[in-house]
Every structure is written in structure tokens, then in C-alpha cells.
Design a protein around this ligand. Structure first.
Ligand code: NAG
Ligand code: NAG
Ligand code: NAG
Ligand code: ZN
Length: 449
């Protein structure tokens, strides 16, 4: 494709025309092996990104010079993938370094005296191991478990399978279609229409595979656990759970690039908006990029993305009639339980309650598994970021109990987003118990009156 053809393709995409006009390389036969990829969003490409001999470094920013150095490096090179931005002295930063840069990067660390640890020498090995833990896309929903990772097709089939098993209290909920025409589906568990609703958003970042798995686990637990307290939780509250609010991105991580984070909208030469920077709440004010090639691109305007609009429309339409009083977003990694705001250090009105419930949830996890999660406002706990869904739900939809979870592993994890499958069940279990702690605690405090 010529450059100008690519650009005009981008214009079409930006103009909001359907993806039939974008990835099209002619011919409708053999459209896809998947029931959802009807519009061939990724073209005919079977190419898969590789990370052979990419290294994961943990660096310590001891001086202002170090901070400046890493700010420059991030600006200059897309061969270095930063987990967060260099901001302040005393900060520890994880960087994925492309194979052709490891020599140069190592020399820079030496010259500038940057303390560091190499967390992984060949990132592709982790991806290879991880891909062996994926069950093929044609697996039936009934085969879903929490010992493997599953394609979107199987997760969606599992939603139907669960509704068939629990038809009186479970139903499918839909937000509409993604940029590439993939439905955004979830489940609603409701036994008393007058009860308050807990809303779970999961998978907004494509590569954080543990998040959709924790969401399906939560639904399963609510329906099948024998424990009285859990049955009470399933009877006293309604639950709306969307395991994957970025389906295009999630599919892309299975088919083309395990490390993809954003949605798959096209902007000339690069793809994707960070959907968790795209919400119309202090949009593009801090901790977001205006460069489409960056991992935290905020988008061309607030709520520019179809997936953002779908979620907003769903929440606006349902926040009152479903009485949504809790909003929980699931991410990985770093083991954190965070509440608003992300964009300012100013405290929310119910800061003390959110801090107390968050700390109780973290303590509960430590009791169960020994894992240490930290709790605090998002900006104080991870880094400044604006345009996040949690801030929007809290401030604009007035949902008073709002959290963003970063699940396993720890912030210096060498696996980053590639959590081993044998950690799915323990992670999902401790997450469930943390959410239970929050909801029960908020109930005692009268938030669901
Ligand atoms: C969503 O996409 C599906 C195909 O995946 C299509 O059948 C359906 O009509 C689309 N729905 C809307 C509202 O566009
Ligand atoms: C859910 O509804 C039932 C029946 O109306 C009610 O007894 C119960 O208190 C409600 N739960 C909560 C947490 O409000
Ligand atoms: C986003 O913010 C940056 C930094 O303030 C600014 O340069 C850029 O123009 C903003 N983007 C848009 C689309 O307003
Ligand atoms: Zn995330």
C-alpha cells in the first residue's frame, strides 16, 4: 500500500465509516475463521510481533539527571517500552528494551551511573510459555476454566452457557459494537430488580489478560459458591460484569502482538487510543500523550473512541434505573487497589471511606495469599493520569464507590502482563474477596441505602 493510500485509509477510518472500507484487500470469501471478525479488521496479515532477546530492566532514578535522561530516552526511542513515565527522583521504573538496543542502553546506564537490575533477558520466552497456556479459539464456553487463558470467542460462548444454566437470574447485556464491529458483551446477575448494582469493567487494556479471567471468575463464584456470605452478596446486590470492554485490542493480543494495550483505531501511520485516557473528565491534562504512537495516547478528542462512547452510553442509560453505586475497573499489574482521583492530588469527598475500604481489601488479600497490595488514590499510588473511566464514573455518573485494581504480579515483576496461568485462580480468588470486602464494608457504611 502506498503512503497516500494508507493516509486515505486513515481518513476513512477517522470519518467513522465502517471497517469494511479500511482493512479491505478485496474478496469476501473466507472472511474469517471467527464469528466476530466479520470485517477483517486486521487485513489478511498473519504476522505476529516477536520479542526475542528483548530485556526487561528495572532502573532506579536516583538524581534529576537520571529523571531527565529517561524522559529523553522515552521521547526519542520507540525501541524502549516504558511502564509509566520518568517523573521524579526516587522512582523505580520498568523498561522493556528492544534487542538491537541492549548494548547501547547498557552503556548509557553505566555512563550515567544508573542503578538497575535485569529482570528478564529474553522476553519472547515468556510469551512463548504463555501462548502454550491458551486454549484454541474454537473451544466451547463450557470448557472455560481458570487454569488457562481464553480467546474472546470462548469467553462470549461461556456467557451464553452461563445464561442457559441460570436463566432466571442471569442475562446477556450488550453495549453495542467496537470500532471493528465486535460486540461488547457482559452478564447481568439480578435477583431483585430494586437492589443496588455493582458494575465491573474489565479488559480495557488489551494485554492485561488476567483481568477478563478475574471477571469471569467473579460471576462464576457469585453463582456457584456455597458460602453463605457469598450467596448473600449474590442475592442482595445486582452485578453487571463486562469481561472485555476492548475486544478489538484483546483479539489483537492473541492474533498479532501479545503486548498490545490500546484499541485498534487507525491514525495515519499508527494505531490505537489508550481507552483509559479517553474519558471526558479532565481529558488530556496529565499522564497522557497526544502522540498516537504512544502507549498512553489520549485520542484526538475526549470520548473520541467508539468503545468509550459505548461504555458511557451504557452507564448513562443504566446508572439510575439499575442504581449502579459501585464501579470497579480491573487491570494488571502492580498489586494496587486505587480510588479517585487519577488527575489530581485533591481528595475526593469520601476519601477516608475509600481509603479504609481499600486498605481492608488489601489486608484481606494478604490474609488469603500473603500478597501485598497497596491502596490509595490513583495519583498517589501509581502515577498521575487523566481521562480514566473510574474518574469519569465517580465524578460524572456520581458512583460513590469507585476503584481501579491492578492485579498480580508485583510492580517489579519480570513477567509484567504475562502472568503464568497457574496464578489465574489464586489471583481471581483474592480479587473476588477484595471486592467482597469493599462491597460489604460500603454496605455497612450505608452506601447502598
Ligand atoms: C454488530 O456487529 C455484528 C457482527 O459482529 C452485526 O451482526 C451487528 O448487526 C452489529 N450491530 C450493530 C448495532 O451495528
Ligand atoms: C435487596 O432486596 C431485598 C428484597 O427487597 C432486600 O431485603 C435487601 O435488603 C436488598 N439488599 C440491599 C443490600 O439493599
Ligand atoms: C493535549 O495536551 C497537550 C499538552 O498540553 C497539547 O499539546 C495537545 O494539543 C493536547 N491535545 C489536544 C488534541 O488538545
Ligand atoms: Zn491497565
Amino acid at each position: 500500500m502506498t503512503f497516500s493510500a494508507m493516509l486515505s485509509t486513515a481518513m476513512l477510518a477517522k470519518g467513522g465509516l465502517s471497517a469494511e472500507n479500511t482493512g479491505n484487500t478485496g474478496g469476501n470469501a473466507d472472511e474469517s475463521s471467527s464469528q466476530y471478525a466479520v470485517k477483517k479488521p486486521f487485513g489478511d496479515s498473519k504476522d505476529v510481533a516477536r520479542y526475542d532477546h528483548y530485556r526487561v530492566y528495572s532502573v532506579m532514578l536516583d538524581t534529576n539527571q537520571h529523571v531527565n535522561l529517561f524522559q529523553k530516552l522515552e521521547e526519542q526511542s520507540d525501541s524502549l517500552t516504558f511502564m509509566g513515565h520518568a517523573r521524579e527522583v526516587g522512582q523505580r521504573l520498568t523498561v522493556l528494551v528492544a534487542a538491537h538496543k541492549v548494548a547501547d542502553f547498557g552503556i548509557l546506564l553505566e555512563i550515567y551511573g544508573v542503578q538497575h537490575r535485569i529482570l528478564a533477558l529474553n522476553f519472547q520466552e515468556k510469551i512463548d510459555r504463555n501462548m502454550k497456556e491458551v486454549i484454541p479459539a474454537d473451544a466451547a464456553g463450557a470448557s472455560l476454566d481458570w487454569k488457562h487463558f481464553f480467546h474472546l470467542e470462548t469467553i462470549y460462548d461461556w456467557l451464553e452457557h452461563m445464561v442457559a444454566q441460570y436463566p432466571t437470574c442471569l442475562s446477556i447485556v450488550e453495549m453495542g459494537n467496537s470500532t471493528h464491529g465486535v460486540p461488547i458483551k457482559g452478564l447481568k446477575l439480578s435477583r431483585k430488580s430494586t437492589n443496588k448494582t455493582i458494575f465491573i469493567e474489565s479488559g480495557i487494556h488489551a494485554r492485561e489478560w488476567i483481568a477478563p479471567a478475574a471477571a469471569t471468575y467473579l460471576i462464576n463464584e457469585l453463582l456457584t459458591a456455597k458460602h453463605d456470605a457469598i450467596q448473600k452478596l449474590a442475592n442482595d446486590f445486582n452485578w453487571i460484569v463486562f469481561p472485555c470492554v476492548n475486544p478489538d485490542g484483546y483479539k489483537y493480543t492473541f492474533e498479532h502482538d501479545r503486548m498490545w494495550r490500546k484499541n485498534r483505531q487507525l491514525f495515519g501511520t499508527c494505531h490505537g487510543v489508550d481507552l483509559n485516557r479517553n474519558y471526558p473528565d479532565h481529558w488530556n491534562t496529565t499522564g497522557a500523550s497526544s502522540d498516537p504512537s504512544r502507549y498512553d495516547y489520549a485520542g484526538p478528542s475526549a470520548a473520541s473512541e467508539i468503545e468509550t462512547m459505548r461504555l458511557m452510553d451504557f452507564l448513562k442509560a443504566n446508572v439510575e434505573n439499575e442504581q449502579i453505586r459501585t464501579y470497579i475497573a480491573l487491570h494488571s499489574y502492580s498489586q494496587m487497589i486505587m480510588f479517585p482521583y487519577g488527575y489530581t492530588k485533591e481528595h475526593v469527598p469520601n476519601y477516608n471511606d475509600l481509603q479504609e475500604l481499600g486498605s481492608n481489601a488489601a489486608n484481606r488479600i494478604q490474609e488469603i495469599s500473603g500478597r501485598k497490595y497497596v491502596s490509595g488514590s490513583l495519583i498517589e499510588t501509581i502515577y498521575p493520569s487523566s481521562g480514566g473511566s473510574m474518574d469519569w464514573a465517580y465524578s460524572n455518573m456520581k458512583v460513590p464507590i469507585a476503584y481501579t485494581f491492578e492485579l498480580r504480579g508485583p510492580s517489579d515483576s519480570s513477567d509484567m502482563f504475562i502472568l503464568p496461568a497457574n496464578e489465574i485462580e489464586p489471583t481471581a480468588h483474592e480479587t473476588f474477596e477484595a471486592i467482597r470486602t469493599i462491597v460489604e464494608g460500603a454496605n455497612e457504611k450505608g452506601y447502598y441505602k
